[in-house]
Design a protein around this ligand. Structure first.
Ligand SMILES: [Zn+2]
Ligand SMILES: [Zn+2]
Length: 250
């Protein structure tokens, strides 16, 4: 079985993929499940949001046509409004994918301060920790995301260790995000060092996400991520109605 748990559609301002286009590629790539996880950023500007109820209704209707379709949301900076997920818990969502795109004034679209890369990673992971501590997300997206933009890589292991422990304690999954592979970079997000540490600490649950913003990117790298997960003795799966289901080996 294969599942891509992180796909953007036209509900995201940075994608124009239709559900039909996504479903066609999903079928071509042999995906059993594909989760539409559009951006909903808890930012001051409302550009990266959508009408939650009408989107759920729209996608629920599409599920009749495409039974592998799952309804997710890539919820950004949810630690700034954790009660939102309680308000959404009775809507037909399958996956709350928590993600961080902003760290204070040092990382992301609102960054104004130029600081060393180490400082960026620390600020970033401290937001990840706050998100994991305070919200009811199902999975953490691209845990070491600044790597996409920065020349160097620094893992503040004390912080990352405490986040991984909390993820395991709260029964949250880690995403293996494959998007950097198709940009020609040799690592997933998070990379193998963090995934290995997660496994060593007893972590099991991972979901696999292409972070496709174009139809042709759907399913990209998912098989490779599945192999990586199994090599590390992790359990790749997908979320349906916020319940983790392991991908069966057929
Ligand atoms: Zn993201
Ligand atoms: Zn995304």
């Amino acid at each position: 079985m294969l599942a891509d748990s992180h796909i953007h559609s036209f509900f995201s301002p940075d994608s124009s993929s239709s559900i039909e286009e996504i479903a066609i590629t999903a079928q071509k790539k042999g995906l059993d499940f594909f989760t539409i996880a559009d951006h909903y950023q808890v930012w001051e500007d409302k550009e990266y949001t959508f009408d939650v109820e009408s989107r759920c209704l729209f996608l629920t209707n599409k599920q009749k046509q495409f039974p592998g379709l799952l309804i997710g949301v890539e919820i950004g900076e949810i630690q700034n409004n954790p009660s939102l997920l309680q308000q959404w818990k009775d809507l037909p969502f399958d996956l709350f994918l928590g993600s961080i795109h902003v760290a204070g004034k040092v990382f992301g679209p609102f960054a104004t301060h130029n600081v060393p890369d180490e400082t960026v990673y620390e600020a970033y992971f401290s937001e990840v920790r706050r998100m994991v501590e305070t919200t009811d997300i199902d999975a953490v997206a691209h845990m070491d995301f600044p790597r996409r933009y920065l020349a160097s890589y620094h893992i503040p292991w004390d912080m990352v260790d405490s986040i991984l422990s909390l993820i395991i304690e709260k029964d949250i999954a880690l995403e293996i995000n494959t998007s950097l592979w198709r940009k020609g970079l040799p690592f997933s997000m998070p990379d193998i060092h963090i995934l290995t540490r997660y496994a060593q600490k007893g972590g099991k649950k991972v979901i696999l996400g292409s972070d496709a913003h174009r139809p042709e990117e759907v399913g990209e790298g998912i098989e490779k991520a599945l192999i990586l997960a199994r090599e590390l003795s992790l359990t790749p799966g997908y979320y349906k109605k916020h319940v983790f289901h392991p991908l069966e080996v057929l």
